[in-house]
Design a binder for this molecule. Sequence first.
Ligand code: ZN
Length: 134
Amino acid sequence: MSQLPTPNPPVTADSLPFWEGATDDRLVLPRCNGCAEVIWYPRHFCPRCGSADVSWFEASGQGSIYSFTVVERGQGRWAEHSPYVLAYVELAEGPRVLTNIIDTDPDSLSIGDVVHASFDHSEDGRGVLRFTVR
Ligand SMILES: [Zn+2]
């Protein structure tokens, strides 16, 4: 668990399976039953083919850093946590997720580094998806 701010996420009926999984430290994602696209952000709708026929599955939690930046001067609640890492992680299942890389020296990171899902928990107990290098 990182020390980064972890606000309560905006849980909706459409994304509930994702948040229920994240609360148990599991990465649960929707996959389209029409075209097999793994869908990000989580919802009951495929942005690729328009189908509303999706199934939820537990993803590997593995990915790699597609791009990242080190935020040296965060704003508001984030200021005291600088520097921190804002990154796009490409999941093994395909989608690219905007996230934080935690528990890692920012100066040690490189594009392509293998990362693993790690969940911080908000005040309401929901898991917030972040990644760590192991
Ligand atoms: Zn589809």
